[in-house]
Design a protein around this ligand. Sequence first.
Ligand SMILES: [Mn+2]
Length: 439
Amino acid sequence: MPTLLLSADLHLGRRAAAAAAGSAAGAGAGFGPEPDLLRASAGWLRLARLAADSRAGAVLLAGDVVDEASGFFEAFEALAAGLSLLRDHDIPVVVTAGNHDFEVLPALLRQLNLPNVHFLGEGGQWSGITLSLSGTEIQFVGWSFPARHVYDDPLLSLPADLLRNDIPVIGLVHGDYAVRESSYAPLSPARMQQAGVTAWVTGHIHKPAVLQSSGPFIAYPGSLQALSPKETGPHGAMRLTLEGGRLTHGFIPLSAVRYESLPVPAGDISTETDLRAAVQQSVTDFCRQNEADLGEVSRLVADLRFTGTHPDPEGLQRHIGAVAQEEFRSGGLLVTLRRLVSEARPGLPPLETLAAETGPAGVLAAQLLTLREKPESPESVAFIRRMTEEISAVGRLPVFAPIAGGLPGSTSPETITLIEEEMLRLLTALLRQKEAQHG
Ligand SMILES: [Mn+2]
């Protein structure tokens, strides 16, 4: 029962981006003493070592293995090291090219000229090879990008007589799954389902996804190493095991860097130290919740969103400015705070304070306080009845007739919540007006 390791979108030659675009820290100074870890090539070497150590049946790479022709030298060095390690362990590698490496990948592989490496589909012509992996025969078929742009579904040119029907067939193709019109090889799910292939390994989309787990298996392994702040979540390779007629699959986190957007409750932050403590807590919570898929991650590049309400949004903004771009270590990770954004809304002063004031805001606050603390009191009951009557009257207007049936019942908890929310909204508006009048 051979286990195959699936990967795509390695983009050898690229390096994971860290801090905010254009910032001095992002230029490299902020990266500390471990820059090589963040290179795409480091991820590839981790995959090759894993394949060797775990005695994988084969390694499959579905395109965009190399970032661009400018990555030639770095890719050559990394591919030479990784592929020859796999050769030394008798592990075959099946490769196709994507829109980024349609030109450079075949040239590199020709130059490396390794017997365990099988490049399929050169020039947009489907080709196949049958390999015997620990006693199991598997046919691999593949298609490679012939140019930067391809507008037709590559499966339209898949020759029916290429595929064997007596052994499992695994297809490699780089393209845009379920996108009807694309300049990057649109892939029709129906054609992939009906092709007679046991499993499809695709590339192009950097977010790992199992599109269907059987009939056939179709997956984007995703970029091996997360490469930009847009690539949140776990990144790595996939594992596909063939046992008799059954397929099982799994995900192996191999990326050294993890990008995330984390929420931080803003409510209790009144000093810079509070803010750092809240950030630390949010990072710790994230690590605890994601322990299982952190894998090789040693860098966390975090965007932080300060959420909820805050009594002094401007003060909060000042504290955020002071902490932006800081780096710290937490639980074995080096954490970079990339972008900090306040989404906090201005909070209300305590209702008790407001209720003591005269004027409409005071009356409203007192009423809301009574409603919350004594919902059963005759005063509250009368108030709820009056509000429901008003709402029902509105509901009876012809214009609301189509949705009138959806209005909550008179004293249901939903009605009370609705009334409370409306009162809070009104109170906030009243206080803003008052502020504006006072200049
Ligand atoms: Mn691509």
